[in-house]
Each structure stands twice: as structure tokens, then as C-alpha cells.
Design a binder for this molecule. Structure first.
Ligand SMILES: [Zn+2]
Length: 369
């Protein structure tokens, strides 16, 4: 089962890399992939102007009742307009009907929902990536990843946009993924419970949804839950352990040595050397320093590997960071791993959460500072 993620031009590509990293952190029957659609910056505007004109804009009362245009509402798009981008992607990329296409957008939508799925039979959904900062002190990547999975499950369990809200959702919040959350702040509850209620599990079963898929979804929810707890400052009684980089280049957390490739070690040592964080767009300023570290860790180190890593346009940093973070989560374990992974708000500085006094780097690797 494949879930294709697309995004509108207003979304930072680093946000999408972050969402994909979270979704791909759990193995299972659902495969997530990111499509970079060649939208122009005027594309959404054009769709409004030429495609849907008056019929589909700014319906606030209901999805079918036209309302006056109000700029103060943040230029919301109608759901149809948002789903149109999913449909256009299907046509341009030849995506089969059984695959999902999920749009991530910063644009607000007519009903002011964080996400919604398309009408019955269309495996489309949109997720809003903006405005989360009112509710959460964490990168939006976590709630967006949650909403992506939630919409896949809702479509699979036969939710229908044309039906009444109460036929799809629980109007009273019970800590289930399908709580309606009329008040947007109620969304915190379901992120905290990371759960599906008994009725919803049964509905998944009666719609013959693969149990492995449900297990995968719940595991992703659990990862999001622990990461959110961590970024909200609730690390509980978990105390971080010291991380040490020896002069031979082995990296230990407490007493256990991490098993990483030379390139992954290079990235980790680099971020440990800059505990205040680095903007990813500035990575190429550090090419020589990164190469110096890489050379210490790998015989016959090829400069191209570092050049490719720091390239702002065509580089593979995001891919390598994701792989590194995944290994750190596996080898260090949750929730402790949250102190060591490289994370940040898309477009701003990325860093490790560990405090400086718990980072010890051999002099041989300190040329970076
Ligand atoms: Zn439920």
C-alpha cells in the first residue's frame, strides 16, 4: 500500500523531509513516499481563478454554501480546490486509484480543519501544516505526520465526506484518533493518547483493513507521542547519558558504542560540535571542516561524498540525517534517543537537544569548532 505525499509551494521542503522521516521510522505494509511536484508559486492562485471560480471558493458555513471573500481569514481554499491538487498529481504522475495522495499545505481551508479526506472512493486528503504553534511547542512535522496516518486510516475504514460528521467522528472527545475536535485545542488529547478506540478498531476490522497496517499506524502514533512529550519538556525521569567521541572515532552513549557509518558519524560529530545548532542552508560553509572529520573516519574518503552532503539544491543531507536518526532511535531506544537525534523547525536551526556538558569530543575532532 503506497501513500504519496505532495505539498503546496508554501510548505518548506525541510518540513516534508521531517514528516517523511517520522512516517518512515516504522516498518510495515504502508510505504510512504514524497513527490516533489513542479508547482509554480502562482499555481494555487491559478487554480482558484480558472478552475473553480465562484463555485468553490470560501465556503465557511458549510462545504456547499458560498460565503463572501475575506482576506482576514488567511485566504482559505475550499476542500475541492485542495483535493484538486491531489487529482492533478494523480494525472501528472500516473498514480493508480488504489494509492493514496495526501497534500500538505500551509493554506487554511474553508472549514478551518487541520485535515480532511476526500469523498468516498477517492483516496485523497489534505493536512494543514500551519497554525500548530498555537497548540504545540514542537516542529509541525509531528502533528502533520499524525494527521497523514489518521486520514489514511479514515479512508480505509470507509469514512465518507458526504455523510454527517457524527457518522464518521466521535463528537465527544474520548481520546481516539477519530475524535472530532470541534475546538482545535482538543487535538492535544488524541496526540497524547496515540490510540484508537474499540469501536474504531472494529470498524477497521469489518472493512478488512490489514492488522499489520493498523499496528504500523499505532507504532507511528506512539513515536509521535514520545517525541511530542519530549519537545513539550516532559522527558519524565529519563536522564540523558554522556556522549563521547574518542580519538579513534568511536562514539559511545553511556557505555554502549553506536554502530554508524563514517558518513553518519561525520554528521553526528558535526552537530555535537555545534550544540547551538546550524541552519541546513548554511551547511555548505562547513564543507572543508566536515571533510576533515570524514577523512579521519574513513580511509580513501572521497570529497564528493561531502560535497553531495552539503549541496543545497541536490544534496543528500536529509536522506542521511533521516537514516542517522533512525539508527539512533533503534540503538539508543525511546525516549532517550530524543536527546541525540538531529531535529529542528524547518527553515530554522537544527541541533541535538543534549546539553553541552554531556558532550565530550576528542581533540582530534575539534577542528570543527
Ligand atoms: Zn474511535
Amino acid at each position: 500500500m503506497k501513500v504519496n505525499l505532495i505539498y503546496s509551494p508554501d510548505v518548506h521542503p525541510q518540513a516534508m523531509d521531517g514528516v517523511l522521516e517520522i512516517l518512515s521510522s516504522v516498518s510495515g505494509p504502508v510505504e510512504f513516499s514524497l513527490i516533489h511536484m513542479p508547482w509554480s508559486y502562482n499555481h494555487l492562485y491559478e487554480i482558484q481563478q480558472h478552475r473553480y471560480r465562484n463555485d468553490f471558493r470560501f465556503r465557511i458555513e458549510s462545504e456547499y454554501k458560498l460565503q463572501e471573500y475575506e482576506a482576514s481569514r488567511g485566504y482559505p481554499l475550499s476542500w475541492r480546490e485542495l483535493f484538486f491538487l491531489c487529482q492533478k498529481t494523480r494525472r501528472m504522475q500516473d498514480i493508480p486509484d488504489e494509492q493514496f495522495v495526501i497534500l500538505v499545505t500551509n493554506r487554511r481551508n474553508s472549514m478551518n480543519f487541520f485535515s480532511m479526506f476526500d469523498r468516498n472512493g477517492e483516496r485523497n486528503a489534505f493536512v494543514q501544516a500551519s497554525d500548530w504553534d498555537y497548540f504545540l511547542k514542537s516542529p509541525e512535522t509531528y502533528p502533520v505526520a499524525y494527521e497523514v496516518v489518521a486520514n489514511v486510516l479514515r479512508i480505509l475504514m470507509g469514512f465518507d465526506l458526504e455523510k454527517d460528521i457524527k457518522d464518521n467522528f466521535h463528537l465527544d472527545a474520548i481520546g481516539c484518533m477519530n475524535d472530532f475536535c470541534e475546538n482545535k485545542s482538543q487535538i492535544i488529547l488524541k496526540l497524547r493518547t496515540a490510540d484508537l478506540c474499540h469501536d474504531c478498531i472494529q470498524r477497521l476490522e469489518s472493512n478488512k483493513v490489514d492488522q499489520q497496517m493498523v499496528a504500523q499506524a499505532l507504532q507511528i502514533f506512539e513515536k509521535i507521542r514520545t517525541s511530542l512529550k519530549f519537545s513539550q519538556g516532559f522527558a519524565g525521569n529519563i536522564k540523558p547519558k554522556k556522549i563521547t567521541v574518542t580519538k579513534e572515532g568511536s562514539i559511545t552513549v553511556g557505555d554502549s558504542e553506536l554502530n554508524l557509518t563514517p558518513l553518519e558519524k561525520t554528521i553526528l560529530i558535526f552537530f555535537l560540535s555545534y550544540p547551538d545548532g546550524i541552519r541546513l542552508a548554511e551547511l555548505d560553509d562547513y564543507e572543508l571542516a566536515l571533510f576533515a572529520v570524514y577523512q579521519r573516519l574513513k580511509a580513501n574518503a572521497a570529497p564528493e561524498n561531502i560535497r553531495k552532503l552539503v549541496d543545497n539544491f541536490d544534496g543528500n543531507f536529509s536522506y542521511n540525517k533521516s537514516r542517522l536518526n533512525k539508527k539512533l532511535r533503534e540503538q539508543i531506544g525511546e525516549p532517550l534517543a530524543n536527546y541525540y537525534i538531529i531535529d529542528g523547525i524547518p527553515g530554522e536551526k537544527f541541533s541535538v537537544a543534549l546539553s553541552k556538558d554531556l558532550i565530550s569530543i576528542a581533540a582530534e575532532f575539534q577542528s570543527l569548532r
